[in-house]
Design a protein around this ligand. Structure first.
Ligand code: F6P
Length: 527
């Protein structure tokens, strides 16, 4: 007989393991018959979104074990600490307060005891002024022309959020176009600038640290492009910056009145709600941007108030924990059946894998349990013609998250139902499968492959805000259960340091010590 652990968290994990073991023999589809009310119990409404978690492979006891685990891991107090502005990012000794950025005016957030909401409101008012003035034509370019394009320069968290928002909400025939440059590959900035007119383009350099190599290289390239057409002074009036190190942006040459600050308590991948969203606020207009913040605030309220068993971010995280730790599934596919959400998988790759791809816990010791799975995906139906073969008949079971928008916002009539039919069909095929005496082996579908459906009636600024906030809180809940700090990213540092060491070698400098393979490639690629 195995001994019962004395620690409540170990006990909860032991119960979780037993529940996962016991559920292993039951097919998901059979749970609908054996558990009356399953669909209703596992369907959650939150801030304009509907989550259906009934096609996950957990039975009622598994769900209960997951909820126990969340309690035992201290989720309720961790959530209070996050919203209370405590230094939950313990390795950097920082608060983590992105909810303060989308709270309505009059909120009273504090970061490590210091009031921050007034500064947030002041920052929002500055953003709004610039957005309104550019859109109305009050602020013009150096040669008196209206701005008709924005080039947003940034990478990682300073890029992915605004990219997703723009793709999701951009109007057809936009009066102000938004372009992005992230990669240090010179091709990216070349394409981003191609066809733009410097006289009508505003460049916004976005970097929390304002030290990121890729962003500075692209910002220098864009500044040279502006200077060639407008001269040094003209170029300055076509430049803005967003940073938590505003002095560095000023030192770069951005006029102080065009520098928008944010704070160290805003993590890069959680920063789209700060001035990092400035380019979207200008290109989409303030009303849309505010709707985006409002949708996220509604999800914050839901996350704070809903009981854990009906709490969308909590239950979405628990389904992930069930798959990862109960059933050892090391990947998850995210498939938005909405072309406008096609960048969501890329956004989630950073959000989830940079936050929770960790092997050391908050206490500095090795974690005992597996953490974040690999996340990948593409828009449906495109993904159906690429990786769905593997999802249906591969040797690994990969849980799928379908995100679906019920009503189309544009395009010819009669196509949307086809899109929706495909989404439902894929989820059904994954769960039910196809087998039996008459089915040849290579045509058989094993089924019993889990999925979640996240649905919204329309893709609006509000539902988009709620969706992104849902995933942010889901990521946080997982981090609490895995006992890790979801808000640092030390794992990206070594590569940056080594790249800085190799660069002078490629530029003709003295050779340094490397492993034989790297040394050979330095030799081949050096100028
Ligand atoms: O990839 C590491 C990282 O620090 C991300 O966390 C961050 O979003 C990105 O680089 C960009 O950093 P910054 O906004 O400071 O330029």
């Amino acid at each position: 007989m195995t001994e019962t652990p004395s620690d409540p968290l170990d006990q909860a994990w032991a119960r979780f393991d037993r529940a996962a073991g016991a559920a292993a023999g039951t097919r998901i589809v059979d749970l609908f018959g054996s558990e009356p009310g399953r669909l209703e119990r596992l369907t959650i409404e939150a801030a304009g979104l509907t989550l259906d978690l009934s096609k996950q492979s957990w039975n009622a006891d598994g769900v209960a074990a997951c909820l126990d685990l969340a309690e035992a891991a201290g989720l309720t107090s961790a959530r209070a600490a996050l919203f209370g502005g405590e230094a939950v990012n313990n390795t950097e000794d920082r608060a983590v307060l992105h909810p303060a950025l989308r709270a309505p005016d009059g909120a009273q957030f504090k970061a490590r005891g210091e009031a921050v909401s007034a500064a947030v409101e002041e920052g929002r008012a500055r953003m709004r002024r610039l957005a309104d003035d550019i859109r109305s034509g009050k602020v013009l370019g150096a040669t008196g022309k209206r701005f008709t394009a924005i080039l947003h320069i940034g990478i990682g968290g300073s890029d992915l959020g605004p990219r997703v928002v723009w793709e999701a909400l951009k109007p057809l025939d936009a009066p102000i176009a938004l372009r992005f440059a992230a990669n240090v590959d010179p091709a990216e900035i070349a394409f981003a600038l191609d066809g733009l007119d410097p006289e009508t383009t505003l460049v916004i350099a976005v970097s929390k640290t304002f030290t990121t190599q890729e962003t500075l290289a692209n910002a220098v390239a864009a500044r040279d492009w502006l200077r060639a057409a407008l001269g040094e002074e003209g170029a300055r009036t076509h430049f803005a910056a967003v940073s938590a190190a505003p002095d560095k942006a000023v030192a770069f040459g951005v006029p102080a009145e065009r520098v928008f600050a944010f704070w160290d308590w805003v993590g890069g991948r959680f920063s789209v709600w700060s001035a990092v969203g400035l380019s979207c606020a200008i290109a989409l207009g303030w009303e849309a941007y505010q709707g985006f913040l409002k949708g996220a605030a509604a999800m914050d309220a839901h996350f704070m108030e809903a009981p854990l068993s009906a709490n969308a971010p909590v239950m979405l995280a628990l389904a992930q924990v069930w798959n990862r730790n109960g059933l050892n599934r090391s990947a998850r596919a995210v498939v938005p059946y909405a072309q406008r959400l096609r960048l969501l998988p890329a956004f989630l790759q950073q959000l989830e894998m940079e936050s929770n791809g960790k092997r050391v816990g908050r206490d500095g010791r090795s974690v005992k349990r597996a953490t974040a799975p690999a996340v990948f995906g593409d828009a449906g139906t495109n993904g159906q013609h690429a990786f769905f073969q593997h999802l249906h008949q591969g040797t690994d079971v990969i849980p799928v998250e379908f995100v679906v928008v019920a009503e189309a916002s544009e395009g010819p009539a009669g196509m949307q139902a086809k899109l929706l039919a495909n989404c439902l069909a894929q989820a059904e095929a994954l769960m039910v499968g196809q087998s039996g005496p008459g089915v040849e082996a290579h045509r058989a579908f094993p089924g019993d492959r889990p999925s979640t459906l996240i649905a919204m009636r329309r893709l609006t600024p509000e539902t988009l805000g709620a969706l992104i906030a849902l995933y942010e809180h889901k990521t946080f809940v997982e981090g609490v259960i895995w006992g890790i700090n979801s808000f640092d990213q030390w794992g990206v540092e070594l590569g940056k340091t080594l790249a800085a060491r190799i660069l002078p070698e490629l530029e003709g400098g003295a050779r340094l010590a490397h492993d034989p393979s790297t040394a050979a490639w330095v030799e081949r690629l050096a100028e």
